[in-house]
Ligand binder design. Structure first.
Ligand SMILES: Cc1cc2nc3c(=O)[nH]c(=O)nc-3n(C[C@H](O)[C@H](O)[C@H](O)COP(=O)(O)OP(=O)(O)OC[C@H]3O[C@@H](n4cnc5c(N)ncnc54)[C@H](O)[C@@H]3O)c2cc1C
Length: 512
C-alpha cells in the first residue's frame, strides 16, 4: 500500500460520489481509502467559487509513505497528588481532563451552573433583563466557550499536538468530523451545549469531581505555596490541594482582584476594543459571492483588516447567520459578543470591529494591573449606564462614516434594544478615529458594509492583563500556582485557551 497527498478543486456542492470519482481519476485506481486533510473555500473569482481540498489517499497503485502521526503523550501513572482547578471553561476542562488521565485527583470548582440550568438562566435573563451570576454567557459549565459561536480557529503556531487532542476529544464528544480539516472550523453553540457536558462526563468517569455554582472567594497560603481555596455558594468550605490551577477566564474581575490582593503578579497588556457590527446575511452573501446563496456553503464569512495609519483595525470573531448577545460579566456592565448555531442559518451576520488598545493609552501613563481593571470596568459600566439597562448604544455605519447623527436604526438580532447614539462619545478619541477609519476601509472592501449597524461595547477580545509566568509555568511568586487560559493573558479563544490548559497540565505531570 502506498500513500500520496493530492489537491482537488471541487464544486461547492460536491457529493461523496463525485469526490471518490475525482480521486479515482487522479490516481488511476478505483480501490483506495482517503482522508480529507484540509478544505478551504476559494471565493477570489466570483464566477468560479470552489473548494480546494487536500486529500491523503492510500492505494496499491501509488508509492510513498504516509506521514508519521504524532500524538499528544499523557504520562499516566498512579499518583497521590490533588489538583484544584478553578474554572470550568475550555482551559480548566482540558487541564483537568489531562491531569485526571495522568493519574492525579482533580476537582474543578465552577461558580456558574451546568449547561442545562445555564440555558434556562440565559433565557430568563434575555426575557427579563435580570442578571444571574450563576448562569450568564460568561460563567458556568464550559465557561464563555459554551454559549459561544464555537469557531475553533487559532493563530497560535506552537500547539499542533494539543490542537489535535482537543479536536479528537470534541469529535469523540459529538462534534462534526469536518472540524478536523476545515480551514475555519465551526461547531456552533447548539453542538457545544452537548459536547461540553459529554467531555465533563468523560472527566467524571475517570474519577474527576466538579463542584458547580460555588465560587472561589478566598485563597489560603503559606510561604510560597497555596494550601487551599475557600468556596462559597451552593457548596462552602475549604478545598485543599497540592497544585492549584486558576483557569478563570477574563470576565471575572473579582477573581483577578483576589489573586492580586494575594500577591500574584500581573502586568497590563495590549488587547483590542471596539464595537460589534451587524449586517443582513443575504446582502453579505451577495457582496462576497455575487449570489444570495451558494449550494454546499452555509453563509459567507469575512476576515478584514485595515491599515488606519496610525494603527490598524480588524474584524474578529465573525458569526455568519448568528446573533449579537449581551455577555455582561455583572449586573452593571454591558458588553456584547456574537454566537451562531451550527447551521448558521439566521438572517443576520455579525462581527467585532476592533483596534489594538492599551489601558495605558487611556490613562496616559504607566498603570498597575489593578488600575487597568478599574478603567476597563468603568468603560463597561459606561455602556450600561447609558440607559441603566442592557440595551445598548448603536449607530448606523453610514452615519459614523458620513458624520450624521441618530438615524433610525435597522432591525437587529440583539435580544435587548438598540438605542440610537453617537458612538464617538463612548470611546477615547484616538480609538474611535481608528475604528472609523477601519469602517471606511471595510466599506471599500465589501460593498454592503455601509448598510450595517455598529453597537457597543466589544471589550472581551482578550485579557487586559497578564500574569507573570515563570519558565515552569508557575505564577510568580508562588511555586504550586498556575494561571492558564484566557485569564492568564497568554491565550485568547477556545482552542488556544484549551491548549494552554493542556500545556499547564503536562508541566505539572512532568514534576512528579
Ligand atoms: C458569546 C461569546 C462568543 C464567543 N465565541 C467564540 C468563538 O466562536 N471562538 C472562540 O475561539 N472563542 C469565542 N469566545 C471566547 C471564548 O469563549 C473564550 O476565549 C474561552 O472560553 C476562554 O476559555 P477559558 O477557559 O480561558 O475561560 P472561560 O471560558 O472564561 O472560563 C472561565 C470559567 O471560570 C469561572 N470562574 C471565574 N471566576 C471564578 C471563581 N471565582 N470561582 C469559580 N469559578 C470561576 C467562570 O465562571 C468560567 O466558567 C466567545 C466568547 C463569548 C462570550
Amino acid at each position: 500500500m502506498g500513500y500520496a497527498e493530492i489537491t482537488l478543486k471541487l464544486p461547492t456542492d460536491y457529493s461523496e460520489n463525485l469526490l471518490r470519482k475525482r480521486i479515482a481519476e487522479e490516481i488511476s485506481d478505483k480501490n483506495f481509502s482517503f482522508k480529507i486533510i484540509r478544505r478551504s473555500l476559494d471565493a477570489r473569482n466570483k464566477r468560479d467559487i470552489h473548494f480546494l481540498a487536500r486529500i491523503g489517499v492510500t492505494s496499491e497503485n501509488i508509492s510513498g509513505n504516509p506521514p508519521e502521526i504524532q500524538k499528544l503523550e499523557i504520562p499516566g501513572k498512579q499518583r497521590d497528588k490533588k489538583v484544584v482547578v478553578t474554572g470550568c471553561g475550555p482551559a480548566g476542562i482540558f487541564a483537568a481532563l489531562v491531569l485526571q488521565k495522568a493519574g492525579f485527583s482533580v476537582t474543578i470548582i465552577e461558580k456558574g451552573a451546568e449547561v442545562a440550568k445555564r440555558k434556562e438562566k440565559i433565557a430568563g435573563f434575555e426575557k427579563t433583563g435580570s442578571f444571574d451570576f450563576f448562569g450568564g454567557y460568561c460563567f458556568g459549565e464550559g465557561g464563555a466557550g459554551t454559549f459561544s459561536d464555537g469557531k475553533l480557529t487559532s493563530r497560535t503556531k506552537t500547539i499542533s499536538l494539543e490542537k489535535d487532542f482537543i479536536f479528537d476529544t470534541f469529535i469523540k464528544a459529538g462534534a462534526p468530523e469536518e472540524i478536523a480539516y476545515e480551514t475555519y472550523p465551526h461547531v456552533g453553540s447548539d453542538n457545544l451545549k452537548k459536547i461540553i457536558p459529554a467531555i465533563i462526563s468523560e472527566f467524571k468517569e475517570l474519577g474527576g469531581k466538579v463542584i458547580f455554582e460555588s465560587e472561589v472567594t478566598e485563597i489560603f497560603k503559606s510561604g510560597d505555596k497555596i494550601k487551599s481555596v475557600g468556596i462559597s455558594g451552593k457548596s462552602t468550605g475549604k478545598i485543599e490541594g497540592d497544585y492549584f490551577i486558576f483557569a478563570n477566564g477574563h470576565s471575572s474581575f473579582k477573581l483577578y482582584k483576589l489573586l492580586i490582593s494575594n500577591g500574584v503578579l500581573f502586568s497590563t497588556k495590549p488587547f483590542a476594543i471596539g464595537f460589534r457590527v451587524e449586517h443582513l446575511q443575504e446582502e453579505l452573501n451577495f457582496s462576497m459571492w455575487r449570489k444570495r446563496s451558494l449550494p454546499g456553503v452555509k453563509a459567507a464569512e469575512y476576515h478584514l483588516t485595515a491599515d488606519c495609519d496610525p494603527g490598524h483595525a480588524f474584524t474578529f470573531c465573525m458569526c455568519p447567520g448568528g446573533r449579537v448577545v449581551q455577555s455582561a460579566p455583572d449586573e452593571i456592565s454591558s458588553v456584547v459578543n456574537g454566537m451562531s448555531n451550527y447551521a448558521r442559518d439566521g438572517r443576520f451576520a455579525n462581527s467585532a470591529v476592533v483596534t489594538p488598545f492599551s489601558l495605558e493609552e487611556l490613562a496616559g501613563k504607566e498603570i498597575s494591573a489593578g488600575t487597568a481593571l478599574d478603567l476597563l470596568e468603568n468603560m463597561e459600566h459606561k455602556f450600561y449606564n447609558f440607559r441603566n439597562s442592557f440595551d445598548i448604544p448603536a449607530e448606523r455605519i453610514s452615519d459614523i462614516i458620513h458624520g450624521k447623527k441618530n438615524a433610525k436604526l435597522p432591525e437587529s438580532s440583539f435580544s435587548f434594544s438598540l438605542i440610537p447614539a453617537d458612538l464617538s462619545e463612548f470611546f477615547p478619541q484616538t480609538v474611535f478615529e481608528r475604528l472609523k477609519k477601519g469602517l471606511e476601509i471595510f466599506c471599500r472592501k465589501l460593498d454592503c458594509f455601509e448598510n450595517g449597524v455598529a453597537m457597543g461595547l466589544e471589550s472581551k477580545t482578550s485579557a487586559p492583563i497578564k500574569c507573570l509566568r515563570n519558565q515552569d509555568l508557575t505564577a510568580a511568586p508562588f511555586t504550586n500556582l498556575y494561571i492558564c487560559g484566557e485569564g492568564s493573558g497568554y491565550s485568547g479563544g477556545i482552542i488556544s485557551s484549551a491548549a494552554d490548559g493542556i500545556k499547564t497540565a503536562l508541566k505539572i505531570a512532568s514534576i512528579i
